[in-house]
Structures are given as C-alpha cells and as structure tokens.
Design a protein around this ligand. Structure first.
Ligand code: HEM
Length: 367
C-alpha cells in the first residue's frame, strides 16, 4: 500500500488513507491545511468518540488549541514528570506486591492496565476506588463495532451513556475544586480562567481516556516484543538501554495506529487531489514501518538510533502525555524484570485489541 497506493480514498470509510512517512509527517505538521476539528468535515464520521460535542485540545485548531493546552503544558514537561517518578515506582511496587507469589500473571490486568489509570487518577486528583468505573468508561469510549449492525447501535449507546456519566462525575468534582486549595490537575483546570465549564470537563475526560488504553498497550507490547525477539535478558543485564528499546516498541508496535484530520482547502498529497472538507487518516503505524525512513523496518531493533517514529504524533498536537507514558513504561518494565527472573508470555493465545494495537490479555509464566 505504501509503495503502490501511498494516498488512497476509502469509499466505505469515506476518508483519504495516508500511508507513507513523508506524507503522514506533512499532514501532522501542517495543521493549517489539515484541521483536527472533525466537525468541519463535509462527510461526518458515524458514531466516533468525538461525538461528545465537547471541545478539547485534541480536536481544536489554533488559536483555541493553544488556549486549551498551554495552561497545562508545563505539568507534563519531562522535568516535571521526572518528579513523579518516585510515586510511579511506589504505585508499581504496590501492584507487583499483589502478584509476587504467583507463578502465572496476566501482564494486562495485573500491571499494564492498573498502573496508568492509578497514575492519571492521582495526577487529576480523583479517588482510585472508582478505577473499575474508569475502565468501563474508557473501554466504552474507545470501543468500535461494524457499522449497520445491532452491535454498532449498542456500542454507540454505551459510549453516549459513558459521556453522560463522566460529565456528571467531573462536574461535581470541578465545582468542589474551584476554591483552589489543592494542587491537582482538576484544580488547575477548574481555576484556569481560559477554560469554560464544558472545556474543563472535556479536559478531565480527555486526560482520563487518552493515556489509559495507549499506555496499557505500550507496556504489554513491550513485554510481547522483548520476548518475541529474545532481548529480555540483554535488557535485564543492561546490555540494551531499556528506554531505547521502549522507543523501538513504540515504532514497531505503535499503540495508536492512526489519527484523524480534515482538509481545510483543496490540496495535493502524494500525487492525489484532496478536496476541502474531506476527511484524511494519517496512519502513523504504517509511517513507522516505511523503508524510506527506517532501515529494515520490519525488524525489531531495540538499539535502533536514530528512531524518529511518529507514535506520539508530531507538530502542535504532539502527545501531551508522552513524557509520562515513557516514564511509566520504563518504571513498570524495570520493576517487572527486577522482580521476575523468568517471564514467559503465552504468545499462542493472544486476543488482539480491536482498535488500538495491543492485546486484551498477555498471560505469562513467571518465576
Ligand atoms: C495526543 C499517542 C499516552 C494525553 C496524542 C497523539 C498521539 C498520542 C498519536 C496525537 C493525536 C493527533 O495528532 O491527533 C499516545 C501514545 C501513548 C499516549 C502512543 C502511550 C504510549 C498519553 C498519556 C496522556 C496522553 C499518558 C495523558 C496523561 C494526550 C493528549 C493529547 C495526546 C492530551 C492531545 C494533545 C494535543 O492535541 O495537543 N497521543 N499517547 N497521551 N495525548 Fe497521547
């Protein structure tokens, strides 16, 4: 596809798919020609997660984008996130303590899911006892089902219910935090003069959803890749830098495979003519395997350098949570390798996640 049809129109999904690194990079950088505001599309996608009607930075173009992101940017800079590392290590240790005597674990349910949701709940300042509820909401928001089926209608209904419940939940918390006495992200948003009430709710929901399935998949994909390519021992021994290996996981099994845009004007891309208002889907997962950019892209090379993958996007919408996701993955994988001398994933029985790149479960025999 990358070679023969690098930009092609998918009639069924009514979008331009973009596969090559060069064009994906261009679309992500050029936010003036390729808008993130999907409501401007002449053909509206059916039943997607952006049908909430709430404006967030993810779906905003400048100048709104800057207004919705700048107030929180500093909290997610690598330096600021490093100060959270100790707490992330504590949360990981707590999670590991629950499974330390087991001879079988499920990387997803025992670690890769609970850790990111606990971390973001703490940063936001919400009680962790509702973690199962957060998971149900996250799953409902990211779920997909074939169009024109009863399952599709049910999925849409669950998604819409999840939005309603989250709005109610966060509205109450935001009201409580307006006095500004706490130092969490809800308080930061609740007291930010730049944001109206709906935007504050949208911010809380975006943070709760954006970092969960994605980071869960990064951690799971890392265990999967390390085992599949027989590098776990070399990483444990420090022969391969763990952080660098995680970058290769991001490239090789990108948790987010594609993002979405709308053309704001008629534009030529990869030899095809796109009309203003048409939807465009840059496939970052495909760009990350483009041989024009990466030497032997189908090979998992944990020491690959440089590794300019697009797994966190590029340009003004570059993932706000990238430094956090990197630290979380590094801490969890480090702790897992320290705690268990043998981790043998059962790769015969793997159920892929339907929409993001990852697994529903990853059972492992451990020692
Ligand atoms: C944006 C991937 C973790 C919050 C993005 C984008 C990608 C991405 C590809 C760009 C979307 C676009 O251009 O339309 C990932 C991956 C993650 C991860 C692969 C984990 C491995 C997180 C975490 C958080 C987070 C942990 C928050 C705590 C956000 C936000 C945006 C975003 C708020 C929107 C930024 C903007 O529009 O300016 N992410 N993400 N992400 N991500 Fe992440």
């Amino acid at each position: 596809m990358r070679q023969n049809n690098p930009v092609r129109y998918d009639e069924r999904r009514q979008t331009w798919d973009v596969f090559r690194y060069e064009e994906v990079d261009r679309v992500l950088r050029d936010h003036e020609t390729f808008s993130s505001d999907l409501t401007t599309a002449t053909v509206q996608p059916r039943g997607r997660d952006d049908d909430s009607g709430v404006l967030t930075m993810l779906r905003a173009d400048p100048p709104e984008h800057g207004r919705l992101r700048e107030f929180v940017n500093e909290r997610f800079q690598p330096g600021a996130i490093r100060t959270n590392r100790v707490r992330i290590e504590e949360l990981t240790a707590k999670q590991l303590a629950q499974i330390e005597d087991n001879d079988r674990i499920d990387v997803v349910s025992d670690l890769a899911y609970p850790l990111p949701v606990s971390v973001i709940a703490e940063l936001l300042g919400i009680p962790i006892d509702r973690r199962d509820q957060f998971k149900q909401w996250s799953d409902a928001i990211v779920a997909r089902a074939p169009e024109d089926t009863d399952a599709h209608t049910a999925v849409q209904q669950r998604r819409s219910d999840a939005w309603t419940e989250m709005r109610t939940y966060f509205s109450k918390l935001i009201e409580e935090r307006k006095n500004g006495t706490r130092d969490d992200l809800i308080t930061l948003a609740a007291t930010a003069t730049e944001l109206d009430r709906d935007e504050t709710i949208g911010f809380c929901i975006l943070l709760l959803i954006a970092g969960n399935v994605t980071t869960t998949n990064l951690i799971t994909n890392a265990v999967w890749c390390f085992e599949e390519h027989d590098v776990t021992e070399r990483i444990r021994a420090g022969e391969i830098d763990r952080a660098q290996a995680i970058e290769e996981v991001l490239r090789y099994r990108s948790p987010v495979q594609m993002v979405r845009r709308v053309a704001t004007e008629d534009v030529e891309l990869g030899g095809r003519q796109i009309t203003a208002g048409e939807r465009v889907t840059p496939w970052v997962g495909s760009a990350n395997r483009d041989p024009e950019m990466f030497d032997a892209p189908a090979a998992f090379r944990p020491e690959r350098r440089p590794n300019p993958h697009l797994a966190f996007g590029r340009g003004i919408h570059f993932c706000l949570g990238a430094p956090l996701a990197r630290v979380e993955a590094d801490v969890v994988l480090g702790a897992l390798l320290d705690r268990f001398s043998t981790i043998e994933p059962d790769l015969t029985d793997r159920t892929p996640r339907p929409t993001f790149h990852g697994l529903m479960t990853l059972p492992c025999a451990v020692e």
